[in-house]
Design a protein around this ligand. Structure first.
Ligand SMILES: [Fe+2]
Ligand SMILES: [Fe+2]
Length: 367
């Protein structure tokens, strides 16, 4: 049944009302995102509503608004994203997400502004612009076009078996095949690769994990190639079977020692997608480390919010592990000394836990 304009008006009022609790505003945003896919009118209206939210005082909400605009994959969102990236008054995390969203929309008209901010004062913004440029350039190669076309088709046909399409979000870099990983690693060693295996989704196996690992952990390679290997490892975790999943998650966790906060925050984001119990110890370490970059701690909090109690089937997220997650999230949600974006992420994560588990166990945390 079509959604009436008045429904969209109500959603707009709820999203933009600063007195509404943040977790409710997040749910409203996801409702708007869902409705945007139902018709072009709704899509246009959704972009218009979301664009009005950038004067809010919550960086967490604004970065999510930018993220959603990217995921809607529509060029009508580009003007507001450009203005957010150029606004030095916006928080770094929000500007980063605006640049990443331009990468997701993948229109070559974004290249000039992304090039301009390659010299930004903030390293995470610079790195994001570099990634977005490389993604847009890659997407517009023959191979990139084929991958995007295949993903779009698989998504529209809802082919869950297709690994590259199984994850709905548009990744900031496309996963690489094991043969591409071998080539990248060989190029780093200035040697020829003899690896000739195919580039299909069949390469996301336990056997190909070492190839992805060597690219993923090699600081001499570009962030774009290392991101590609990261998403390949995610695909291994998703589709390579139980043993591969655990190995891939532990391998991904090794990347948390990297010097780039952007790289570390993306690992936490991937853990949020996977919700694998083997990621809990490393995500708790990140969240509880007060010296860690707030953008990374924020993603760790959100990743922990997705962990469900049933994950104890893996034998790793025992009741104790689950309780530790809850206790840490609650601790930082209530700590007024904690950076606001981390605190708010914990509130949203607790809401998600309550939603995914028994709501009777949880009480809203007021901040
Ligand atoms: Fe991000
Ligand atoms: Fe985030």
């Amino acid at each position: 049944m079509p959604t009436s304009t008045s429904n969209m008006d109500k959603l707009e009022a709820s999203l933009l009302d600063r007195s509404t609790p943040l977790d409710n505003r997040f749910r409203t945003l996801f409702t708007i995102k869902g409705l945007a896919t139902s018709s072009d009118d709704h899509l246009a209206r959704a972009i218009q509503i979301i664009s009005k939210g950038f004067s809010d005082d919550s960086a967490l909400l604004k970065h999510e608004l930018a993220y959603v605009l990217g995921q809607l994959e529509d060029v009508r969102a580009l003007p507001v994203l450009r203005s957010v990236l150029s606004d030095l008054g916006q928080e770094v995390m929000v500007r980063h997400e605006a640049a990443e969203a331009m990468g997701a929309i993948s229109c070559p008209s974004s290249l000039p502004i992304l090039n301009e901010y390659l010299n930004d004062v903030d390293v995470s913004v610079r790195e994001t612009c570099q990634l977005a440029i490389q993604k847009i350039e890659f997407d517009n190669t023959q191979k990139g076009k084929e991958i995007r076309q295949r993903n779009k088709l698989a998504k529209s046909e809802n082919k869950i078996g297709d690994v590259e399409a199984a994850f709905a979000p548009i990744d900031p870099a496309p996963a690489m095949s094991s043969s591409e990983a071998a080539l990248a690693a060989a190029a780093a060693l200035e040697a020829d690769s003899k690896d000739q295996d195919d580039s299909s989704s069949s390469s996301f196996t336990l056997e190909s994990l070492p190839k992805f690992r060597s690219v993923y952990l090699d600081p001499s390679l570009s962030l774009f190639e290392r991101y590609r290997a990261m998403f390949s490892l995610r695909n291994v975790a998703h589709s390579g079977g139980r043993e591969a999943a655990r190995e891939a998650v532990l391998c991904l966790a090794e990347g948390l020692k990297d010097s780039s906060a952007l790289f570390r925050h993306e690992i936490c984001f991937v853990f949020g997608e996977l919700c694998h119990p083997a990621s809990i110890p490393s995500m708790l370490d990140v969240l509880n480390d007060e010296k860690e970059h707030e953008m990374v701690r924020h993603e760790a909090a959100e990743a922990l919010g997705g962990i469900v109690e049933e994950s104890s089937q893996e034998g790793e997220a025992s009741k104790d592990g689950f309780q530790n997650v809850f206790d840490s999230l609650k601790r930082w949600a209530e700590d007024m000394e904690c950076p606001r974006v981390v605190r708010e992420s914990c509130v949203v994560a607790l809401d998600e836990m309550a939603y995914n588990n028994d709501p009777n166990q949880f009480q809203r945390v007021e901040v």
